[in-house]
Design a protein around this ligand. Sequence first.
Ligand code: HEC
Length: 165
Amino acid sequence: MRYGPVLAAFAALGVAACSQAQDAGSGTAAAPASAPEAPTLSDAEKQAILASYPAPYNTADLANGEAKFALCRSCHTIAPGGANMTGPNLHGVFGKAAAANPDYKYSDALKASGITWDANQLYQWLANPKTFMPGTKMTFAGLNDSKDRIDLIGWLMVETGHKAK
Ligand code: HEC
């Protein structure tokens, strides 16, 4: 089984093996209808929120962004009040200082970073977290493709309730 090791790793993290793992990167993954973070906004409302963000995020491909979030789902929830897992819940993360979730034990590196999360910081962080911030405990290899990062960040801003200023 090609995906056996991936699923086993998810299981080892105590997270339900997520069927999207096998779709990661293919651009075809869709969140299951029962995803806890499924918002109550219509597609048109989401597009309107997206359009209010600064370029290039205002033209992000939300479907691709959602598909790419399959790479994050094993460690992060995004619904309001969602659980901290291997990584912290990300609801409301845009506009907040890094390491601001009081119930999550962050690395010293992230606590000392002085970062306030915005789209451009995330754009750099997600390319390669360990290079961007030596000492972080986010063991994510990085998302190389800049278009994928833009799509993911646009989607994440909408889904985590970020309002453009
Ligand atoms: C293998 C688990 C894992 C994966 C996969 C992962 N993360 Fe993380 N993430 C973490 C951990 C652990 C931290 C805490 C880092 C620290 O304290 O140094 C973190 C921190 C973060 C933070 C900072 C949160 C804060 O409160 O300051 C953001 C933003 C983030 N991750 C986004 C993402 C996105 C987006 C993805 C998918 C592209 C992703 N992560 C994939 C484990 C993961």
